[in-house]
Each structure stands twice: as structure tokens, then as C-alpha cells.
Write a protein of this length. Sequence first.
Length: 366
Amino acid sequence: MSFKKDWEVIVIGGGPAGSTTARYIAEGGCEVLVIDGRDPIGTPLQCGELVPTNDEMRRLCPDVPDIDDLLQTPPSAISRKTSEMHLVPPSGKPLRYSFEGFMLNRVVHDEALVNLAKSNGVEYLVDSRVDSVDGNTVKLRDGREFSAKVIVGAGGHNDPLRRSFWNESSLKIPVKFVLMDGDFGDAVELHFGSMAPGGYAWMFPKENGANIGVGIQNKFSKGRNLNDLTENFVNRYEGNITFTGAGSLPMSGTITTFVKGNYVLVGDSAGMVLPSNGAGITIAMIGGRIAGQVISEHLKSGVPLSEFETRWKKQMGKVMSNSKRAFIFGSYILRLPDWIINLIFNRFTKPFVWRSITCRNMFFIF
């Protein structure tokens, strides 16, 4: 299939951030091409696959409007529903909380976002990797070139736009995980302590299995490597491992600016991951909708691209600030010996721990 060379917008990366951005650009009446190196989009799996339900999102992000329009998760993309989250210290005695979430089939989920964008007129060029961006021109590794009035970087933490035109560094937490067959109950588990220095380990139950993994801050690992830590944690569970994956999460929160000239960053490339809990899929989609709407308004009526940052701060500024503070505080707590962490996780601190995980002011409990 041949593609025309000139577009109003090119989006680099077709994951949740890129596809959502493209969807809303197209809904605004603009031509948009998404370029992605994967085929199919959504592979290989690189994350824990847990997202809050729409009702839970309304509680977590109260300033974000029209959640149901944004998050249209099809039943086929939901592997399992959960109603409980356990925060587990080294002692193994969990703090239990109500939490409504979906465990995704990530490939099906991302394909659904692609199809939703396509239904609005978005074009996709897959199995094609971007080599560089120069002015309004996007150059592919195979030599092809495309141009656009606005170029969006939604290619994750190694996005070519971010790499070439932003020199702001972000803390990246390496993660490694497995998919394991078996029955692991209904509750989502987050584990804290020396098994995951400066980060956390997780067990997210799926239909007939689980996603089990570890994310750490290397500076707190005291020479222990992620492979060994992951193997030790995974060995707590019984089942056949069917897949092993790895990746990294930007955990500094959002970068200072998302816009430079006619370049826009969104999703992981802009740091749109909540540091206190690692949530990135739905947060990237919130950013994608704002970016897409602003870009289409920019092209149609001259709204400045910087309006993206203004609207993001209005919808997500408070949540992101709370999450950053909780992550910094938690990083100090979670480097302490396991016996102290066990003491900290108790029925008196339970509401404060939950508020930090869910990106609310830790010390305001009314």
C-alpha cells in the first residue's frame, strides 16, 4: 500500500498515546498518519496490563471530563476484572483495599484503539521505523520521507523526537515480568521491600494466569540485578511460564514542556506515567486526547500548541504533583530495612498508604 507524502499531522508511535492522539486529531477534521515499527501494534508486551475501570478513573482523576468517551475498552480486551488490591510488605501481611480494575489483553486492547482511530479516518504505516526528524520531514530507516505541519512523538521513552530535541533526562525504572499459567485469585497484589529495591513487585491475575514482575531503582539495588530479583519473586508462585518480557518506565513524572515549535510529545515520551504507582496506559490516553484536540484546533483555528500544556495541568496537574511527592517520599521509605517497612504497613497508616498510591494528598484524609 502506498501512502501520500504530505500530511497535516504525523504521529510517531501507535500505542495508547499515539492512537488516542490520532483519533482526536481526525475527529477534529485533520489528516493524520501514524507510523509504528511494530506489526501488529501492541507487541511485544512490555507492561503489567492493569488499568482502572472507568468508575475508578473518575475517582482517581476527578478533573478529567468525559471518561466514557475516552476509555472505550471492549470486552474482548478484558482478561479479568478485579475488585480488590493488596499492598504487601515483606512480612506478607497485606493491607487490603477496594479497587475496581481490568486486567487487559494488551495486544487486543491496542488493536482496538487502532481500529477506533481508523474508523475516524486515521491512516497507519506499520513495520516502519523512524530514523530521524528534520524540520517538517520524518525520515524512515528504509529511506522513505514524509512531511507534516505538526509532528507528534508518541514512541515511548526512546522516542526519536524526544531523543533529538529534548535534553531533559528522566528517571527510568527497568522492569521484568512473566506471564504464568494458573489460578491466582482475584486480587491485584503490589509488593514492597527488599525484593524490589526502590520500586515494587506485582502479581496481576488474568484469566487462567497472571502477569508477575518486578521494577526497581538500580541505585538502591546494592549490586543485586533485576534478573535475579525477578526470578526470586516469580518463584514464589507456581505455574508454567508462557512469556518473559522486559521494559522500562519513566518515573520522574511529566517533563517540563511537551511542545517545541511544531513538535509535540505525548505519553511515555512526555513522562505521562504516575510515579507513585506506575500507571501509564490510561494516563497516556488522557494526554493523547488533550493533544489531539489542541492540535486539530491549532490547524483549524490557530489555537497555540502550548494550550496542550495548559489543559493537561488543569486536568492532571494536581494528580501528577501528588504522585511525584508520594514517589519521592516512598523512595526514602522503601530503601529502609524490611523490618521497618513491616512496621510502617499497619492499620493506622493504611489510609495514608492508600492515598499515596492513588495520587491524593497523603495527609488530608477527610
